[in-house]
Design a protein around this ligand. Structure first.
Ligand SMILES: Cc1cc2nc3c(=O)[nH]c(=O)nc-3n(C[C@H](O)[C@H](O)[C@H](O)COP(=O)(O)OP(=O)(O)OC[C@H]3O[C@@H](n4cnc5c(N)ncnc54)[C@H](O)[C@@H]3O)c2cc1C
Ligand code: FES
Length: 291
């Protein structure tokens, strides 16, 4: 039996207390949908290639000189670190600048940062993954780990929702996982375009299609705030324990390692205490607008 990836956080390539990024080259770009691309990157320096490790759910700070930095989740397999994938929705100055760099372009990278998905806590449990839109990106490393160490978990279910079939990210992989009997995959869309014959409606409707054993289920959620709130609430209604419902949050980041306070969320810092939180850690402030 292979051992499950450790939960000890790997040291960032830049050193924990420094703001200095290291160079990573874009080696390929995969188009996911009209505004989302997966950038495969490789450290220019061989030492960083050899030393870089990350845990599913962690993120990097990507830097474009003269433009700025953005927090981006790592979307590749944590056990294959020669290259690292970042799946990016192009929304603003930094993400547009990364897109402009193209293949062969070099970004600055600091990381990995943050606390990822609690893989050790999933041992022996059924795992329900709920993702919306680009929220599947930080889930993909966890799915790789779950499938690689499949014998250590109960049932594994992925509920994924997006606006239309063309908005799916990792579409070929979703098809591959759908054919894989070791994971139950259900995909729903808001708008059934292009001959879509699957479910239509919000992702939380898919809950009606799965069997949840509340006593031995851990839930991982990542999507827009409304999905995070509704999904967490629905699983709590099914009596899944609050400490077994995990949500990945987004917040404006600056340092990424707990120094600047930009990402404060209640008493927590999203960059170091999160981005993954269990509901019992943040239940008091979760969903409150002024936080
Ligand atoms: C822990 C963490 C992980 C993240 N992982 C990813 C990831 O894997 N992929 C990814 O694409 N993004 C991810 N983000 C979000 C990303 O950091 C922001 O979208 C970032 O602001 C983009 O920088 P920018 O300079 O391109 O856009 P900005 O100039 O900061 O924003 C430009 C405009 O876009 C709007 N905007 C910002 N973010 C979004 C958004 N998410 N959706 C729609 N509009 C938005 C802003 O309100 C603003 O009006 C993550 C954020 C966090 C905190
Ligand atoms: S981003 Fe600086 S403390 Fe979190």
């Amino acid at each position: 039996m292979t051992s499950l990836i450790t939960e000890t956080r790997p040291a960032p390539v830049c050193g924990l207390d420094t703001w200095v990024p290291v160079a990573a080259e874009i080696v390929s770009i995969e188009e996911e949908n009209f505004n989302t691309l997966t950038f495969r990157m490789r450290f220019v320096d061989e030492i960083h290639r050899d030393n870089y490790r990350f845990l599913p759910g962690q993120f990097n700070m990507l830097y474009v000189p003269g433009v700025g930095e953005a927090a981006i989740s790592i979307s590749s397999d944590p056990e294959e670190t020669d290259t690292i994938d970042h799946t990016i929705r192009v929304v603003g100055s930094v993400t547009r600048a990364i897109q402009r760099l193209g293949v062969g372009g070099v970004v600055g990278l600091r990381g990995p940062f943050g606390r990822g998905w609690p893989l050790e806590a999933l041992r022996g449990q059924d795992v329900v993954i709920v993702a919306g839109g680009i929220g599947l990106a930080p889930m993909r490393p966890a799915i790789y780990s779950l499938l690689r160490h499949r014998e250590q978990f109960g049932r594994v279910m992925l509920l994924y929702g997006c606006r239309s079939p063309d908005d799916r990210v990792f579409a070929p992989q979703l098809d591959q996982w759908t054919d894989d009997e070791s994971i139950q995959v259900l995909v729903t869309v808001d708008n059934a375009t292009g001959g879509w014959v699957g479910p239509v409606g919000v992702v939380t409707n898919l809950l009606q299609r799965i069997r949840v054993n509340a006593q031995k289920t851990v839930v991982l959620v990542c999507g827009p705030p409304i999905l995070n709130r509704v999904a967490a609430w629905q699983f709590l209604q099914l009596h899944v324990k609050p400490e077994h419902v995990y949500v990945s949050l987004e917040r404006n980041m600056n340092c990424g390692f707990g120094r600047c306070g930009h990402c404060q969320y209640g008493r927590k810092f999203v960059c170091t205490d999160g981005p993954v939180f269990s509901f019992d850690e943040i239940g008091g402030v979760f969903g409150r607008k002024e936080i």
